[in-house]
Design a protein around this ligand. Sequence first.
Ligand SMILES: [Zn+2]
Length: 203
Amino acid sequence: MIFFWGIRSALTKTVSFSAEKCPYCESAGSTSGKYFSRHFHIFWIPLFPFDKTGYVICSQCQRKRDTHLMNPGLREAFLQEKKTAPRFRFWQFTGLALPVLFFMVGVVAVTFNKKYAGKYIEDPKSGDTYFYTQNNGYYTTYKVDHISLDSVYIHPNGYEVADLKKLSSINRNENYSKTLLSFSRKELREFYRSRRIFKVERW
Ligand SMILES: [Zn+2]
């Protein structure tokens, strides 16, 4: 894999030095200072800023000048303005913020599941999937077929797994047995309360 990485910059401040006359094209009032915050990037995703830089440019002839080509008065004014140029733009931290963002999305998803699983147990719907820990310590899933006044009828999954991480891989329609089992709503609540049913999925 080829890695594209390097340095790019973000414009942070523009100042007009209207009293200046351009030494190349002699235009008056066309000189301005531009300040940048430089950052590292990987595949053009900014990681973090590390440096302030800048130059003066003439809007007539587009010639740029670094500090060593400025007259002393202009250089002093340029450096004075540089002090108040922002160090960075927040988007220059995008690359560092992404993992934090992914983590927060994960936390929200887990919280969401906990909040809604309880409601799903109280008000079961056909098609709900229950993630269940069996007596032997293995994990399996149940699919709700239909609901009566006091019972929930489910199809058990024909497979079970010892590794929780593999549980979602057996949750496939063709794995569910034709057999119908029933739980009373009270049993269902008890399974959820004791964490035997530890997750409910509803689409
Ligand atoms: Zn010029």
